[in-house]
Design a protein around this ligand. Structure first.
Ligand code: G
Ligand code: G
Ligand code: NA
Ligand code: MN
Length: 254
């Protein structure tokens, strides 16, 4: 109960923050965007991972308020960096299934775009395959409404959920993100190599961009690049960075 009450107060107490992990072109390593990753700086327990508190936020419905905060913060950070002369082409925000299926989600995205004035194509929404487990037709309608606004859509953790190729065919998405569980042993495990290469080929053939997550070594990068992967994200490029450190990364980026 303690942590639930604390989470309720975390927003008001300004304890949530966004860290940013770069996404770079696999060829030139130029900066293409960044994924916003939520952190909770708890006054007693220190930094708490979203893996621990997002499930609680989903159960309690707090994810709706937190999700709105994340969207707004990511967009205003992007604008603030631009004021400093730092051009970040795109910012990605994670959207949980509960958030996605709530009737306030589409209006919230529209409102944040209008209020911040960020160009819609600079906002990327990362959704997981779990949005397909409910009402698929409704999910497609929501995705189409988001596409109409001009935001881009990424399928996160691809290959780990309930994905069906049938859904992939009908979902109006722009990008597949290869889950890091396939990237981890991509140079050691022939099976993981086959899966990663197949996802890359699938993405290319369906005209999706493809991001490899969790790239930690030059060897992984070489393999993924050789198979046609467009975009890298992972510790090999950079860990998720607090705002100031991320701004430094952008400054130094090719
Ligand atoms: O950054 P880290 O590895 O700690 O993230 C753990 C998990 O939390 C990941 O699955 C990530 O997608 C999720 N996560 C991080 N930030 C957000 C957020 O703002 N909203 C939602 N819904 N999930 C997030
Ligand atoms: O579920 P999602 O893909 O959004 O989660 C991304 C998570 O992966 C974040 O918690 C982030 O901190 C973590 N992450 C990012 N890059 C790497 C990496 O290269 N290696 C590992 N082990 N984790 C990573
Ligand atoms: Na993500
Ligand atoms: Mn992922």
């Amino acid at each position: 109960l303690g942590i639930e009450t604390d989470l309720r107060l975390a927003l008001a107490r300004d304890e949530l923050e966004l860290h940013y992990q770069p996404k770079v072109s696999s060829g030139t390593l130029s900066l293409l965007g960044a994924e916003a990753l939520l952190r909770w700086r708890h006054p007693v327990h220190g930094m708490i991972s979203p893996a621990r508190f997002i499930p609680l936020a989903e159960e309690t419905g707090l994810i709706l308020a937190i999700g709105r905060w994340v969207l707004r913060k990511a967009c205003t950070d992007l604008l603030a960096w631009r004021e400093l002369g730092l051009d970040l082409p795109s910012v990605s925000v994670n959207v949980s299934a509960r958030q996605f299926s709530d009737s306030t989600f589409v209006p919230t995205v529209r409102q944040v775009l209008e209020q911040t004035g960020i160009e819609p194509h600079r906002l990327d929404l990362e959704i997981t395959e779990s949005v397909m487990t409910g009402d698929v037709e409704r999910a497609v309608q929501i995705l189409l409404q988001l596409k109409d606004m001009g935001v881009t859509l990424s399928m996160d953790d691809f290959g780990t959920g309930y994905s069906s190729l049938n859904y992939i065919k009908t979902f109006p998405i722009d990008t597949l993100k290869i889950d890091q569980t396939f990237v981890r042993d991509v140079t050691g495990s022939p099976k993981d190599a086959a899966i990663a290469a197949t996802i890359i080929t699938l993405a290319m053939n369906l005209n999706f961009s493809v991001v490899a997550e969790g790239v930690e070594t030059a060897e992984q990068a070489d393999f993924l690049r050789s198979r046609g992967c467009d975009v890298f994200q992972g510790y090999w490029i950079s860990r998720p960075l607090p705002g100031e450190a991320f701004a430094d990364f952008v400054r130094k980026s090719p």
